[in-house]
Design a protein around this ligand. Structure first.
Ligand SMILES: Cc1cc2nc3c(=O)[nH]c(=O)nc-3n(C[C@H](O)[C@H](O)[C@H](O)COP(=O)(O)OP(=O)(O)OC[C@H]3O[C@@H](n4cnc5c(N)ncnc54)[C@H](O)[C@@H]3O)c2cc1C
Length: 268
């Protein structure tokens, strides 16, 4: 990539080839990552996971991965169809930087760090600094996303998504929620309701203050709806061909309320 900037990077091709088909992209050369095994796996070191950029959605459904990163597994389960899950990768989802990318709210809620490499060396970038707008990143043309670092799950996690049907849809709204019982922290982020993923810092702080952390219990059930309303207030949706802003905001309210309830009342 350093020697010749022309080849465009191809991972699973599930975004790339759509752009080629619609004539939005005309590559003169392509560099496929498919046989770069180093990008594929995932490893656990202590309480962090390093997820290779080439990890496919189908790999995230393996039970060992799901135990360590339940919300990523839940997001992976909602992506596309079996064909898309068999080839699409997490690195491609991050590089595409769509506000509807399903792994992204989870990565924001987990404060993920992305390792990016070039012949100039590696840099580790917080996900919210790598993605700077709809389909815009700070990746230089010669840089490759190599891996993504996230904390191992230390409490309940949820990813919930609304679309016009249950499979093969782009999210109209999505919510990721992670509870970190060790550090007494809540992370919550919204997809498809703003130009980039939105973090719900005020709702997180409110819920953190209400939780009985010693028992991992939420004593006041009114907090669920207050949390949902605060997340809806943080959203910034637009009207488009997929939905109205009003429906999207209501969707966030319902999903965020439900996510917190499921985290603290299993079976809810
Ligand atoms: C039918 C269909 C259904 C879909 N459903 C969903 C869905 O439900 N949810 C969802 O989030 N997405 C969905 N998508 C979009 C797509 O599958 C995902 O965004 C997927 O993660 C893209 O990964 P990929 O490996 O296919 O990337 P590619 O298409 O190969 O690449 C996408 C972009 O990322 C760049 N890139 C890839 N890997 C790297 C890397 N390591 N470093 C730097 N740049 C890189 C490429 O150059 C390209 O610009 C769907 C797509 C289709 C066609």
């Amino acid at each position: 990539m350093a020697a010749d900037p022309r080849p465009q990077v191809l991972a699973g091709g599930t975004d790339f080839m759509v752009e080629v088909n619609y004539d939005h992209r005309r590559p003169t050369a392509v560099m496929s990552l498919r046989r770069v095994d180093e990008l594929r796996g995932w490893r656990r070191h202590g309480d962090r996971l390093t997820v290779g950029a080439g990890l496919r959605y189908v790999d995230m459904l393996e039970s060992e991965f799901e135990v360590s990163a339940p919300a990523l597994a839940q997001a992976a389960r909602t992506v596309g169809s079996p064909q898309i899950r068999n080839t699409g990768t997490i690195g491609g989802n991050v590089a595409t930087a769509s506000p509807a990318g399903d792994t992204l709210p989870v990565l924001y809620a987990l404060d993920a760090e992305v390792t990016v490499s070039s012949t100039r060396g590696d840099r580790v970038v917080p996900i919210q600094e790598l993605i700077v707008g709809p389909k815009r990143t700070t990746l230089a043309p010669d840089e490759l996303i190599v891996s993504i670092s996230i904390p191992v799950s230390k409490g309940p996690q949820e990813f919930l998504k609304i679309g016009v049907r249950n499979a093969m849809v782009i999210a109209v709204a999505s919510v990721a929620l992670v509870v970190d019982g060790d550090n007494r922290h809540i992370g919550c982020a919204l997809g498809s309701v703003g130009p980039t993923i939105i973090r719900c810092s005020e709702a997180e702080a409110m819920a953190e203050a209400e939780i009985d952390w010693d028992r991992l219990h939420l004593p006041d059930p009114r907090v669920y709806e207050t949390f949902g309303a605060m997340c809806a207030a943080a959203s910034s949706p637009i009207d488009d061909h997929r939905s109205t802003s009003r429906y999207r905001r209501h969707g966030v309210y319902v999903l965020a309320t439900r996510a917190l309830m499921r985290a603290f009342e299993p079976g809810a």
